[in-house]
Ligand binder design. Structure first.
Ligand SMILES: [Fe+2]
Length: 275
C-alpha cells in the first residue's frame, strides 16, 4: 500500500481520488497493463465485460479520473466508484455495495509488480471490476451480494459467502455460444490467469453449484485449481436470489472441499490434470 498520510479518510473509508499524487510511472504502468490486457481479452472475455469496457471508454493513456467514469456508470446502472486507500473492513465493503458504490483502490502497482501483486490496486479494481457494473443484471448481483454480506456477517457465516464472491465476481467463467469466456475480475486483470483459466489443462472447470461453492475453499496466492462456470448472468442472479439463511443452517458444521476436489455430483466441463 502506498504512503497515504496526507489523505483525509472519511468514516466510510473513502477519500477524494488524489489525482496530484499519480506519477508518470503510475501512468506508464496503467498504459502497459491496459494495452496488454485489452489485447489478451479479445476472444477471451465475455461480451458483457467487453461491452462495458467499450462503454466506459476509460482511456488507455493515463489512470482514469473516477468522477468521469462515474458519469457513465451512474447513467447506465446507478453505480458509482469511490476511492479508498486499500482493502476496507468487510462491513464497510458490504454497506458500499448494498448502496451501489464500488470501493476502488486509488494507487497503481509498481512496475515490478506487473504480473502479480497480493492486494488489489487501481488497475485490478477499475479495469477488472467496473466494466461489468455497466451490465444491469450483474449490477444487481453486486448490490444483492452487498446486502447478503451484511446479513452473513450478522449470522457469522462470512467465510461461506466469501467463497461465492471469490468463485464468481473474482474468478468466474461463463459458457457462451462461442465457448468458455472470462468474467471474473481477478482473471481479466491478470495476464497469466486470463490465459491459464481458459487454456490450461491443469484446473478443473465445473458447472456453477451454489451450495457446493459455499463449501469450497480457495487459495489467494496462486492461480485457481477450480473454476466454476455459469450459464449466463440471469441464471446466476436467479440461483442466488433466495435468502441464504436456511442454507447456512443446513451447511453449518459440514466439511469443506479442497480447491482440487471433484465430487460425484459435479457437472464437470473439464477435469483438471495434476501438473
Ligand atoms: Fe477484486
Amino acid at each position: 500500500m502506498k504512503h497515504t498520510t496526507e489523505l483525509t479518510v472519511r468514516d466510510d473509508f473513502t477519500i477524494d481520488q488524489p489525482l496530484h499524487l499519480y506519477t508518470e510511472t503510475d501512468h506508464e504502468v496503467w498504459r502497459s497493463l491496459y494495452a496488454r490486457q485489452t489485447a489478451l481479452l479479445e476472444g477471451r472475455a465475455c461480451d458483457e465485460y467487453l461491452a462495458g469496457l467499450h462503454h466506459l471508454d476509460m482511456g488507455h493513456e493515463r489512470v482514469p479520473v473516477f468522477e468521469e467514469l462515474n458519469q457513465k456508470l451512474m447513467a447506465a446502472t446507478g453505480w458509482r466508484i469511490v476511492a479508498v486507500t486499500g482493502l476496507v473492513p468487510d462491513a464497510v465493503f458490504f454497506e458500499h455495495l448494498a448502496n451501489r458504490r464500488f470501493p476502488v483502490t486509488w494507487w497503481v502497482r509498481a512496475p515490478e509488480e506487473m504480473d502479480y501483486l497480493q492486494e488489489p490496486d487501481c488497475f485490478h479494481d477499475v479495469f477488472g471490476h467496473v466494466p461489468l457494473l455497466i451490465n444491469p443484471v450483474f449490477a444487481d448481483y453486486m448490490q444483492a451480494y452487498g446486502e447478503g454480506g451484511m446479513k452473513a456477517e450478522h449470522l457469522h457465516v462470512l467465510p461461506m459467502l466469501a467463497r461465492l464472491y471469490w468463485y464468481t465476481v473474482e474468478f468466474g467463467l461463463i459458457q457462451t455460444d462461442n465457448g468458455l469466456r472470462i468474467y471474473g475480475a481477478g482473471i481479466v486483470s491478470s495476464k497469466t490467469e486470463s490465459i491459464y483459466a481458459l487454456e490450461s489443462e491443469v484446473p478443473n472447470r465445473i458447472g456453477f453449484d451454489l451450495t457446493r461453492i459455499l463449501r469450497t475453499e480457495y487459495k489467494i496466492d496462486d492461480v485457481q485449481k477450480t473454476y466454476f462456470v455459469i450459464d449466463d448472468f440471469d441464471k446466476l442472479m436467479s440461483d442466488t436470489r433466495q435468502d441464504f439463511t436456511q442454507m447456512y443452517l443446513n451447511l453449518d458444521g459440514l466439511s469443506t472441499f479442497k480447491p482440487t476436489d471433484i465430487l460425484a455430483q459435479d457437472r464437470v466441463i473439464n477435469k483438471g490434470v495434476t501438473p
